[in-house]
Design a protein around this ligand. Sequence first.
Ligand code: FAD
Length: 287
Amino acid sequence: MTIAEKLKEKRTLVSCELFPPKRHLGFENAKAVIDETLALSPDFISVTYGAAGGAYKNTMGMAEYIEQNGCTALMHLTCVGSTHETIGGLIDSMRSAGIRNVLALRGDIVDGQTPKDYLHAIDLVGELKAAGGFCVGAACYPEGHVEAANQAEDIRYLKEKADAGCDFLTTQMFFDNNILYRFLYRIREAGIHTPVFAGIMPVTNKAQIKRIVEVSGTALPPRFQNILDKFGEDERAMQQAGIAYAIEQIIDLIANGVRGVHIYTMNKPAVARQIIEGIDAVVRAVS
Ligand code: FAD
């Protein structure tokens, strides 16, 4: 089933995200994690695409396995280092593997890299739509993408990307829901009416969040910073507090009418389970 079809069928969707094992390891190494995530019955499971596409076979293998096991898969695909020929081949392979949902991304440009046939994600969105048969999503950034001069410019490009045929958008993580509400207001005002999945990251260790903030520029509100300061060195306490924070964020989002919550579960099905169990009655109440 496509995510667009699911959005028509159900009021509130909750999804999880997994990443593939490194290229030299087969995707079979991730089967236990996938099986545990499948057991949580999320509305779909997304699988990230390794930087520069190094582990693409594992991404596709995982997405195919998820579909074969009765759950909708969303395959991430980056284009910045690719040629039209490579992407054309991947489109054919996704179709043969029964993968119908794709998150079309540019990918990060690494130092010294020159983009090949694709400059921006919009090019990939257009190509997937022209190929036909795919439900296409794309990324968006409630705090602005790190390369954007300002948020107005970022939203202008987002509008072009959405108009190229996005069926949905998924946000970068954020830790202050007001940032998302302001962003939703601004994009609707700019004429973007594409459904938006709110990306929620359960932070379970301090080192992880330090890296994320460096790369994405995501702001840490004082309430969250206090938790990190107090419990960051205590693994179990940080895990408990990080999960509780994510649950609280999700409940507030759903209470305010957000229809899609995408949990960056990062191959931690035990964390995903606690969150999904912590919101199950709330999600049922609005389904
Ligand atoms: P774009 O939409 O191309 O935007 C990138 C920048 O270019 C922005 O600043 C934008 O304002 C600007 N821009 C857009 N269009 C134009 C235009 N026409 N002209 C000029 N400027 C333009 N990375 C991975 O490697 N693998 C993954 O699996 C992955 N999954 C992700 C999932 C989500 C939900 C998110 C939010 C990010 C993910 N990323 C992933 C990271 C992503 O690849 C990077 O953030 C990347 O730097 C931008 O990708 P994009 O698709 O948003 O790019």
